[in-house]
Design a protein around this ligand. Structure first.
Ligand code: FES
Length: 192
């Protein structure tokens, strides 16, 4: 899922540039990764979003210690970078669960029962949108059109799209996904 052209409101994040380096954060693996990615993109126009996407793709999230190297590379304040991260629901500040379920909340899916489906999924997973189940098994996210409007309601499980999903079908899909994970685990060589 890539972010479109929405324009972040940086007014609330305006303020003095804070380019002070944090010796601690700049030494972490996440900070080193963020610094490398930021350096590679810093001369690209509108570099912040591509950098944030790349950091999340590599680290699974944008942890707090990745913010400062990005800010430094782009001559922004940490508050400005943090403001963009928190503006877009796509960006995570903590790792997702082992599985990510996204449920479309856009108009066509709403008209075809996504609210009932969402209620079922929240109860089934034991967590709300933008949250991860207590056991870390799954993160639940809203989506806003998955391009399957003619076959609403639609969801993705780990990025794989599923159309015309009912509560019963969701349960079946999760059972299948769990079974496939168990099978894959069984085929992995024993670690010694
Ligand atoms: S509105 Fe749900 S897939 Fe388009």
């Amino acid at each position: 899922m890539r972010i479109g052209k929405a324009k972040p409101d940086l007014a609330s994040t305006a303020g003095a540039r804070d380019s002070s380096a944090s010796a601690t954060s700049s030494c972490t693996p996440a900070a080193a990764t963020a610094a490398r990615i930021a350096a590679a993109h810093r001369d690209t126009p509108g570099a912040l979003l591509p950098i944030l996407h790349a950091v999340q793709d590599e680290l699974g999230c944008i942890p707090p210690d990745a913010v400062e190297p990005i800010a430094q590379a782009l001559n922004l304040s940490r508050a400005e970078v943090h403001g963009v991260i928190t503006f877009y629901p796509h960006f995570r500040q903590a790792p997702a669960g082992r599985r990510v379920v996204a449920v479309c909340q856009a108009e066509s899916c709403q008209a075809m029962g996504s609210e009932v489906l969402s209620s079922h999924i929240r109860a089934r997973l034991g967590c709300d949108f933008h949250a991860t189940a207590a056991d870390g098994s799954v993160t639940l996210e809203p989506a806003y059109c998955l391009g399957l409007c003619a076959m609403s309601p639609a969801i993705t499980i780990d990025g794989h799209p599923y159309a015309r999903v009912t509560p019963d079908r969701f349960d079946q899909l999760m059972q299948q996904a769990d079974a496939l994970s168990t099978e894959a685990d069984a085929q992995r060589p024993v670690q010694q």
